[in-house]
Write a protein that binds this ligand. Structure first.
Ligand SMILES: *[C@@H]1O[C@H](CO)[C@@H](O)[C@H](O)[C@H]1NC(C)=O
Ligand SMILES: *[C@@H]1O[C@H](CO)[C@@H](O)[C@H](O)[C@H]1NC(C)=O
Length: 178
């Protein structure tokens, strides 16, 4: 008995132009008005607000990331050191805001892989009172970059904590990266 395998996508494959088919690990990024597939490990905006620290308990000025016109990829810093969005619950009224944003899930463990995670916020004594939005994350050499999305409201702001990079079998705690 013969089974006829019909593969229609081969017949109707669209030509690959612009950002329609960025290579794995790259993303469609606009720089100086030019839209192209680029590696977000090389093309990112620095986000180095000290108030984002998970250690910051001063929320007298409560920041809200809803007001920011997020665009493209971001690398977090605390001082001169790369930082990351925490993977664990952050208590409310930390990170210079009322409801801190953190990632419900783990960071990527493979270079060149871009993964999507859900962002939670802490409020009313509840770790993940609700999810806010999704975020894409890429592991680079010694740091992460994030395609930061606007959170669902105020006062919600992304936290910055210590970078812990877990490659497949090793756990490397980076004290300082350039
Ligand atoms: C953040 O980075 C900018 C540009 O490099 C620098 O001028 C500024 O002092 C930095 N701020 C902090 C708090 O590190
Ligand atoms: C993460 O999100 C899922 C739903 O998206 C939820 O069921 C789970 O409780 C969340 N994890 C934490 C630690 O809150």
């Amino acid at each position: 008995m013969f089974i006829l395998c019909f593969v229609p996508h081969i017949l109707f494959e669209a030509p690959c132009t612009g950002c329609q088919c960025c290579a794995s690990g790259t993303d469609c990024i606009t720089t100086n008005g030019v839209v192209q597939c680029l590696d977000p490990c090389d093309t990112y905006t620095v986000l180095n607000d000290t108030w984002r620290s998970t250690e910051n308990t001063d929320y007298s000025i409560s920041h809200c990331d809803w007001y920011i016109a997020w665009s493209g990829w971001y690398r977090f810093y605390l001082g001169q050191t790369s930082a990351q969005i925490p993977e664990k619950c952050v208590a409310e009224q930390r990170c210079g805001t009322q409801a801190p944003l953190w990632i419900n899930g783990t960071h990527p463990v493979q270079l060149n892989e871009i993964i999507t995670r859900t962002v939670c916020y802490t409020w009313w004594g509840t770790c993940c009172l609700s999810t806010s939005n999704t975020i894409q994350i890429k592991l680079c050499y010694g740091y992460y970059v994030y395609k930061v999305q606007r959170p669902i409201g105020c006062d919600l702001a992304y936290c910055a904590g210590t970078v812990v990079i877990i490659f497949k079998k090793f756990r490397i705690i980076l004290v300082k990266t350039p």
